[in-house]
Design a protein around this ligand. Structure first.
Ligand code: HEC
Length: 474
């Protein structure tokens, strides 16, 4: 199984085409219908590859200019969306995050051709107009004739050597928000985006620091309790999980941990910050020693993707929520699974822990929020509420324990009185899915970061949006 196949609300599904306009939609409803209609191919496609060998297009003269005009804005050495650079022939050969994009002699097996011809998703140029039929044909012929590089002595470096008026993507690549976390102390807010994390001042829109080079979407962010370390987790769908641990003060990368057979959806520091726990689409939870990056243990009992993970404040329990409809309580010191709460009727996307560590809330595809009290050997269901009209994506508990907030695919954020789940406020009209929601440590603010890159910071008295901090303004 791969992230792509997830039936539930899965950021990876949307991240497949990050630049495309995506509207909130319900779980399992498949792709948006916004896909352009690709016109069928001319008869040239029927001709045998050999027929073209004689007048094979040249990389330097024919192919590179097409990349320069249409692709380089997103696929230059420095940008490399999809981990693919088209700046030089050699870099192109290295391929993107799914591997090589050109199979010399075989256009039908070359992602580079398939995505521009509309035969594979996501269509390229992403979010832009389809290439002219002649340009697509040029690339097809060039691949079928062997995808030869520049001739000896002929150098092609698109970003500098080839003179093109001004190259920019036809559509702005929006810096989506896949995750969000307040720094303890509340001075900064971390926003997890596509391959990067932005640290910005809570009170202004100033980006203090950008932490880069992540493998893919940063799906989970966790600060250490003292606010000095930030764990940013994600990885490549279907391939590996990745956690990068950053020193917040100077922006230095402390460590990169790679593990799991699929991407990581949640990461959490133990309260003493000596370990970091991760949960993945591969159904496993792993605990790592921060100082060495060593894997300490694997927690195995979930039978589907594990989307949510949290330590109790005393560090004696680790709690996980998974697509298998369960919430599980673990002893992180031994790896023992203590017990399971199985009431949810569908997959869990999010959990939140009360500041005392004695209660846990979970929510997901069944649109409901449930709150349990945690005993030593079992949990007791205290409240269950069908809170939304569609799947719940994220939930958050305020630091004083009084409020619970939820964000749903139905386009609303709701705030509840935690003790009895009475609805206090509904904030409708969310422009896109909210993948990050958290109360500030002082409880005065509620931040919501969305897939479209927008960020709202609401006050927790009247729930006015204090700032429309457009993250595009970086
Ligand atoms: C607006 C930005 C943008 C533009 C313009 C763009 N791309 Fe992409 N491209 C992306 C992103 C983002 C990805 C990663 C998508 C993914 O696989 O998740 C990508 C991925 C790819 C991949 C890898 C697909 C795979 O599955 O490995 C190929 C090949 C590709 N682009 C080719 C092109 C070509 C050729 C052009 C120009 C005709 C182009 N792109 C223009 C953003 C862009």
């Amino acid at each position: 199984m791969r992230c792509k196949a997830v039936r539930s609300i899965d950021p990876a599904r949307r991240q497949e085409d990050p630049g495309r306009e995506v509207r909130p939609r319900i779980a399992g409803s498949g792709r948006t219908s916004a896909r352009r209609a690709w016109t069928p191919f001319a008869l040239a496609a029927l001709l045998a590859p050999a027929a073209w060998a004689a007048d094979a297009p040249s990389f330097a003269k024919d192919v590179a200019p097409i990349f320069a005009k249409n692709c380089i804005g997103c696929h230059a050495s420095g940008t490399k969306l999809g981990a693919l650079s088209l700046s030089t022939y050699e870099e192109m050969l290295q391929g993107g995050h799914r591997g090589p994009v050109v199979a010399p002699g075989k256009s039908a097996e070359s992602r580079l051709y398939l995505v521009i011809a509309g035969k594979a998703d996501p269509g390229m140029p992403l979010g832009g107009e389809k290439l002219a039929a002649g340009e697509i044909e040029t690339i097809r012929k060039w691949i079928d004739a062997g995808a030869k590089g520049p001739a000896a002595g002929e150098t092609v470096r698109l970003s500098s050597a080839v003179k093109v008026p001004e190259i920019r993507p036809r559509v702005a690549v929006k810096p989506q928000i896949f995750s969000l976390a307040f720094q303890p102390g509340g001075k900064m807010i971390a926003l997890g985006g596509f391959r990067e994390v932005r640290l910005r001042e809570t009170g202004s829109s100033k980006v203090v620091r950008t932490l880069g080079e992540h493998a893919d979407a940063v799906r989970s962010l966790a600060f250490s309790r003292d606010g000095t370390l930030l764990a940013a987790a994600g990885g490549l769908p279907g391939r590996k999980g990745e956690v990068r641990i950053w020193s917040v003060e100077d922006g230095k990368l402390q460590r990169t941990i790679e593990g799991h057979a699929d991407c990581i959806y949640a990461a959490a520091f133990s309260p003493d910050a000596r370990t970091v726990a991760t949960s993945s689409y591969d159904k496993l939870i792993k605990i790592w020693e921060v100082a060495s990056g060593r894997e300490l243990r694997t927690l195995k009992d979930h039978i589907d993707a594990v989307y949510a993970l949290a330590f109790t404040p005393d560090g004696t329990r680790l709690i996980s929520g998974a697509a298998d409809r369960t919430v599980k309580i673990w002893n992180p010191a031994t790896g023992e699974r203590l017990y399971t709460m199985g009431e949810p009727a569908d997959g869990i996307n999010a959990i939140a822990i009360h500041p005392t560590g004695k209660l846990v809330a979970a929510a997901g595809l069944d649109k409901s929020i449930r709150v349990w009290s945690l005993g030593d050997r079992s949990g007791t269901l205290l409240h269950s509420l069908i809170a939304h009209e569609d799947a719940i994506l994220r939930i958050a508990w305020s630091s004083d324990g009084k409020l619970l907030a939820s964000a749903s695919a139905d386009g609303t954020i709701k705030v509840f009185r935690a003790e009895d789940l009475t609805e206090i406020k509904s904030i409708g009209g969310q422009p896109d899915w909210v993948y990050g929601i958290e109360f500030s440590p002082d409880g005065k603010l509620l931040a919501a970061g969305r897939f479209d890159g927008s960020l709202s910071i609401y006050d927790t008295q009247k729930f006015n949006d204090l700032t429309e901090l457009r993250t595009a303004s970086r």
